[in-house]
Design a protein around this ligand. Structure first.
Ligand code: F3S
Length: 397
């Protein structure tokens, strides 16, 4: 890997022990992949910061970098944690787990990371077209490449952390223009614009069947949130890191002329896949979960609006909503209002990285990414359903 004079100095320790260690890690991975040089990045986003995921080894890695003088040299954010940002209101955790998780968060913030606790870093800093990033959350990676035309590979937690400190990553994969072209077309015929749930199911099919190839998605999407759901599900079900979505992706140049393959689907295939993914039904679920990826403030207000329009005073079974931890203080009043209706906000966390399996046995969700992970990680049954259908079923007037 070719290094600039500045990078050589960093490697030799002129910018401190942690920066040298971090750059060594990036160079080693770059060499293994065949990268010719490094590239400066403008935003690092670190995933895998739940103590449930990384345990003592991960905490020690972060602490050592901090103690070695490691500081974020670019705008840096971090993923949801294994606890709620405002304390255990909904999901109980043991005091020892809480302390370890808080130490991880405090160490990252002492290193200069923005208070974030979210998987939607694009809401905290909007990526620009062609900009280089080093992000480690698979859904956010796919969204950055697909919706914003920014450039990032799917980085592991340690690499994203090393990139935050050095301000660089290896110049390889999706950082290069020639690797960002779609090679396969996925067409959805005769379907109305897809909402989040249906778009997520389409994403699941893309991720599962295309082994990380870049697909040109020729389907109507109802909203940007539908595209985000598609990306999140494709990234969970396969190694998808980018799609081109007709009408939404800034790098859309039309379907590839010499596509390797074309998959044609209908709305019946989407419905069949929904049944296939679901392992529980609406009657047996204990909660509805939404906010994977996290919901922003507008979406939370939409939920309240939906309850008002339908005249719902309270829900018989709760709705849990994952939102960015960084919004927690702004959300207190709204959270009170929602809690009276049995809608509970979970700031800074998500069901996949918590200890959910001890609490419930079956969950309804409109997130296909959640539906992918909950049975695998927590042995929890999942019913894929829209929020509206849950509200109709469990709303009390
Ligand atoms: Fe975010 Fe957790 Fe889903 S990190 S994308 S809410 S699995």
């Amino acid at each position: 890997v070719y290094l600039t004079r500045e990078e050589e100095k960093m490697l030799e320790g002129e910018y401190g022990e942690a920066a040298a260690k971090a750059l060594r890690l990036i160079v080693r991975v770059g060499e293994a992949l065949g990268a010719e040089r490094l590239i400066k990045i403008s935003h690092a986003h670190v995933s895998g910061i739940s103590y449930d995921n990384i345990g003592e080894a991960g905490l020690t890695f972060i602490r050592d970098l901090y103690e070695g003088g490691g500081r974020a040299s670019v705008f840096s954010t971090y993923n949801p944690a294994g606890v709620e940002a405002w304390g255990s209101r909904v999901i109980p955790v043991e005091p020892a787990f809480w302390r370890k998780q808080i130490e991880i968060i405090e160490t990252l913030e002492a290193m200069g990371f923005q208070r974030s606790m979210t998987c939607i870093p694009y809401q905290l800093r909007r990526p620009n077209l062609g900009e280089h990033l080093a992000w480690g959350e698979s859904s956010a990676v796919a969204i950055a490449n697909t919706l914003y035309g920014a450039r990032t590979n799917r980085e592991g937690g340690p690499i994203a952390l090393a990139a935050a400190i050095t301000g660089r990553t290896y110049y390889w994969g999706l950082h290069l223009s020639e690797n960002r072209k779609p090679s396969v077309v996925v067409e959805l015929r005769g379907a109305p614009p897809l909402g989040e749930l249906e778009a997520g199911i389409l994403g699941y099919i893309v991720g599962e069947s295309l082994e990380g190839k870049i697909a040109y998605i020729d389907a109507k999407m109802a909203t940007v949130r539908s595209v985000q759901a598609l990306c999140a599900a494709a990234a969970a079900a396969g190694s998808t890191a980018m799609c081109i979505v007709r009408g939404f992706s800034p790098e859309d140049e039309g379907p590839p002329v010499a596509a390797e393959d074309k998959i044609t689907l209908s709305i019946k295939d989407i419905e069949a896949k929904r049944r296939d993914i679901s392992s529980a039904n609406l009657d047996e679920v204990e909660i509805f979960f939404t906010g994977c990826p996290h919901h922003d403030l507008d979406k939370i207000k939409d939920i309240l609006r939906l309850l008002n329009i339908q005249g719902i005073k309270r829900l018989e079974k709760p709705i849990w909503v994952a939102v960015p931890g960084v919004y927690s203080s702004r959300l207190r009043d709204l959270a009170e209002k929602l809690a009276q209706r049995n809608v509970l906000l979970l700031p800074g966390t998500c069901l996949v990285v918590t200890r959910l399996g001890r609490l419930v046995k079956a969950v309804a969700t409109d997130s296909v990414k959640t539906a992918f992970y909950l049975p695998r990680r927590h042995n929890v049954g999942v019913a894929l359903a829209s929020l509206k259908s849950f509200v109709r079923r469990y709303g009390l007037r």
